[in-house]
Design a protein around this ligand. Sequence first.
Ligand code: XUL
Ligand code: CO
Length: 443
Amino acid sequence: MTYFKNVTNIQYEGKGSTNPLAFKYYNSEELVGGKTMEEHLRFGVSYWHTLTGNGEDPFGAGTMLRSWNHYSEMDLAKTRVEAAFEFFEKLNVPFFCFHDIDVAPEGKSLKQTNENLDTITMMIKDYMKTSKTKLLWNTANAFTHPRFVHGAATSCNADVFAYSAAKVKKGIEIAKELGAENYVFWGGREGYETLLNTNMNLELDNLARFYHMAIDYAKEISYTGQFLIEPKPQEPTKHQYDFDVATALSFLQKYDLQGNFKFNIEANHATLAGHTFEHELRTARINGMLGSVDANQGDTLLGWDTDEFPTDLYATILAMYEILKNDGLGKGGLNFDAKVRRGSFDPEDLFHAHIAGMDSFAIGLKVAYRLIEDGVFDNFIDERYHSFTEGIGLKVVEGLANFHTLEAYALQNNPIRNNSGRQEMLKAKINHYLLDSLSNVTV
Ligand code: XUL
Ligand code: CO
């Protein structure tokens, strides 16, 4: 059975191609600084948006035309696995990601849900034997079902805490079974609506207890994938506990969890937190915590998580800049946590969307690589902080200054001179590298 019959394998045809179903910039085998683009970018497909999502929104029903729409329950789940691997192969994508309920329907009991998951896990495992596509990460959906109305690991109801633990236990087992490189914790409803009914202290302590139990269980079954926390500031709750990287990092530090986690940073979550994507990546990177990326983009005119495919080249350049400076993502990758718009309902749109995202990140990679090679920002930044490499600045850095010596220095140092930050000049450099490096220069 063929599920995407109008699409053949997507090839790299180069920037001269007019074929919309071809890569113009993403050439999986092309070397950039000694590594192939595929190795640098480690793209992943999100099962929930691409195979499971049907285009429903709060105002209307699903719109997606999919050749598996007429199936239900386990038949639907099995058909989706077949369609998924056809999609992965045609896109030539190295990774995919899923939540438990994206791949298998919930049963009438937890036991039955687990049996459904076992059946689908074995089917996926079978496909993975002959497919190049590996599992970047899986996770447990502990936010959709009404039982999670008050949260999961931060619920006021201990029965829900226990149920959530059982779900994550199963998730870690699946991660091990399928060789997932990472296991993700996105705090679905881990947050609150109002302090009037919330014991914040207990909820946070419980969340930490939950994470410690997850670490213990992974050790017990020898699952060696990387645990990732995915920050998000609000939505669905008003105050999500993992607001942003800095907030989640201080939580991990307080509860002695930092060494066991890295962050999965989503562009649209960063912008919802009032940060740029690159701010979140940088904050994680300088703390040794940059693990993986949910590659998407928001809409500056809309205040919610629109999960659009990433096409903003400024954002992809600055993101790849951080990723290259991090020496790559290690076990992580660029997972397209992105959905086609409700009006883009044809199966082919799934390919157009991924091609757009993959080409945008390929451009970002090439431009960022050259910006780093040429030291465009590094040289400027070194010069900008030059005062800390000699004289009084060096004393500060070396721990040889105190308020007495600094006051004595300041009293005789008059006037103080500052240099321009040259922000506009630096932005023009990005434009120059973007336009120039794509037309002439090979890296
Ligand atoms: C929600 C979101 C999730 C996580 C995985 O905003 O990003 O899909 O990526 O649970
Ligand atoms: Co995400």
